[in-house]
Design a binder for this molecule. Structure first.
Ligand code: FE
Length: 205
């Protein structure tokens, strides 16, 4: 897979983003806002609030075969039915991990990411090494994240664009048969929905 889509299809800094950055700098210099406080806010949306939406989508797909089918056929509509819509999620595609195929998401040109289900992208997602290596050596990237898959498992890399954003449906972990949707959602990590991680096993930290 190569980066064949033109740059204008990607979400580079808009005028609004530039204004926001300039404003942030001025406010920081004048002492009205503190960078650490902003970092806490960003961390909240990056790790705590944002990805929980996606986790609920995945948990629903695990317990409801009809929803899973809908999600795979029309992710935008299935996700919207749970109330998760908005910018950077106008056209969603869900890809499902199985024993024979593992999916991993990247944006080779910038940082396209499904905001309504995952929140803000982590720093590494936007980094040049991840963007380059996810395509060339996805198994090596997975290893860096502590994930080792059987060589019989094909790894498929999906390149996000401004038009299409992907959500990985991780495999439902063993030992989760008796759990309800809420408990299942707690097992779904942000990285498992990008494909750089697996869902947590019940009972493990
Ligand atoms: Fe992009």
């Amino acid at each position: 897979m190569s980066a064949e889509h033109p740059p204008e299809e990607h979400s580079h800094l808009s005028d609004m983003d530039l204004h926001v950055r300039a404003l942030r700098t001025v406010l920081e210099q004048k002492g009205y806002i503190e960078a650490p406080a902003l970092d806490v806010l960003i961390d909240t949306y990056e790790n705590k609030i944002g990805p929980r939406n996606g986790a609920r989508v995945v948990a629903r797909a695990w317990v409801d075969p009809a929803f899973r089918k809908w999600l795979l056929e029309d992710a935008t509509a299935a996700i919207a039915s749970l109330g998760y819509t908005g910018r950077q999620g106008e056209y969603m595609v869900a890809v499902e991990n199985t024993e024979s195929r593992h999916n991993i998401i990247v944006c080779t040109l910038c940082s396209c990411y499904p905001w309504p289900v995952l929140g803000l992208p982590p720093v590494w997602y936007k980094s040049a090494p991840y963007r380059a290596r996810a395509v060339k050596d996805p198994r090596g990237v997975l290893s860096d994240f502590g994930v080792t898959l059987p060589t019989t498992t094909e790894i498929r890399v999906w390149d996000s664009t401004a038009e299409v954003r992907y959500l990985v449906i991780p495999r439902r972990p063993a030992g989760s048969d008796d759990l309800g949707e809420e408990r299942l959602a707690e097992l779904v990590t942000r990285d498992s929905m990008i494909g750089t991680g697996l869902a947590k096993t019940p009972g493990k930290a």
